[in-house]
Design a protein around this ligand. Structure first.
Ligand SMILES: NC(=O)c1ccc[n+]([C@@H]2O[C@H](COP(=O)([O-])OP(=O)(O)OC[C@H]3O[C@@H](n4cnc5c(N)ncnc54)[C@H](OP(=O)(O)O)[C@@H]3O)[C@@H](O)[C@H]2O)c1
Length: 289
């Protein structure tokens, strides 16, 4: 297949790029809004440019890793978030090719106490979550055969993320307060990239919405302790705090665990536990130090 990857400079885009080396049976076209080494420019909100790119390169499949991901900024810039996370999905879905898109746990309210299934009612509480949900709907309206993978708490050795921030702060500070009343599942973007290849290498195209994160659950506090332990950060006391002490600009879900049964059953796979994958990511970070 000729595969177009959007948002290739991001965490997930980079992981897809890394993993694509192990799948030489396809031809890849890596794109983003900014040109970098091996990545050409393609703005997913530009209908004409996307159509021209898809036609010129006889694209068979679009993997959409592009998004407006800054949850706090989105509150003040809804128009841009809507354009990238919602309106662009009509553009990508209207090209007459397969689409694999990534969505988020933020489509749910986070008020539940059991893992969310794909069929559970959505109730986004943030502009980011709202725009991502609109994107899902827009895509399915024009491309009902699309695959949507909803994920959560993404980190990687690429880009800025919670893992890297906690290692940095842990080295700089003697004490750190981290919230313990938000529960979710950290997800290594390399594993999400593996999930994407699992979908596209499957003999049958299983259209629909799926949930994919690593296995297990924890709070951001537990996650930080594990990060420091694995990264060898020793002189920082991590203190559990309540969300209200942190004073978030945007409300955060208290419980955003996704039920991955559908993905595992459909594709016949097991998913690594978050601690196993965190160890792999920190090994990669240590190697690149
Ligand atoms: N990060 C998380 O914790 C998390 C959690 C749940 C779901 N997700 C979803 O997972 C997916 C991947 O997330 P990620 O963390 O890899 O995101 P990321 O690191 O922010 O990467 C997104 C990439 O898309 C690019 N982009 C922005 N606007 C674009 C446009 N108009 N056209 C083309 N590219 C554009 C960004 O460029 P700029 O940086 O220059 O804007 C960036 O390189 C997204 O769909 C996100 O919503 C993420």
């Amino acid at each position: 297949m000729n595969i177009l990857i959007t948002g290739s400079n991001g965490q997930l885009g980079n992981e897809v790029r890394t993993l694509s080396a192990k799948h030489p049976n396809h031809r890849y076209f890596f794109t983003d809004v900014i040109e970098t080494d091996g990545v050409s420019v393609l703005d997913i909100t530009d209908n004409k440019a996307v159509s021209a790119f898809v036609q010129a390169n006889a694209i068979d499949l679009i993997i959409n890793c592009a998004a407006y991901t800054n949850v706090d900024k989105a509150e003040d810039d809804e128009a841009t978030a809507l354009k990238i996370n919602a309106e662009a999905l009509t553009v990508l879905g209207s090209q007459g090719v397969k689409v694999l898109h990534i969505s988020t746990d933020y489509v749910f309210s986070g008020d539940e106490h059991i893992p969310c299934r794909e069929t559970d009612p959505v109730a986004p509480r943030t502009v980011y979550g709202h725009t991502k949900y609109e994107g899902e709907k827009n895509l399915l309206a024009v491309c009902p055969e699309a695959v949507i993978l909803r994920t959560a708490w993404l980190y990687s050795s690429f880009g800025n993320n919670f893992v890297k921030t906690m290692i940095k702060l842990g080295k700089e500070r003697h004490e750190l307060g981290v919230v313990f009343d938000q529960i979710g599942t950290p997800t290594y973007a390399a594993d999400l990239a593996w999930a994407i290849f699992t979908v596209i290498e499957s003999k049958v195209w299983h259209a629909g919405i799926y949930h994919f994160t690593n296995e297990g659950v924890c709070s951001w506090y537990d996650f930080t302790l594990a990060i420091h332990e694995l990264a060898g950060v020793k002189n920082c006391h991590v203190r559990p705090i309540l969300s209200e002490e942190y004073q978030y600009k945007t409300p955060r879900p208290h419980y955003s665990v996704l039920d991955k049964s559908k993905f595992k059953k459909t594709f016949g796979v097991e998913i690594p536990h978050w601690e196993t994958s965190l160890r792999r990511c920190i090994d990669v970070l240590n190697l690149s130090d």
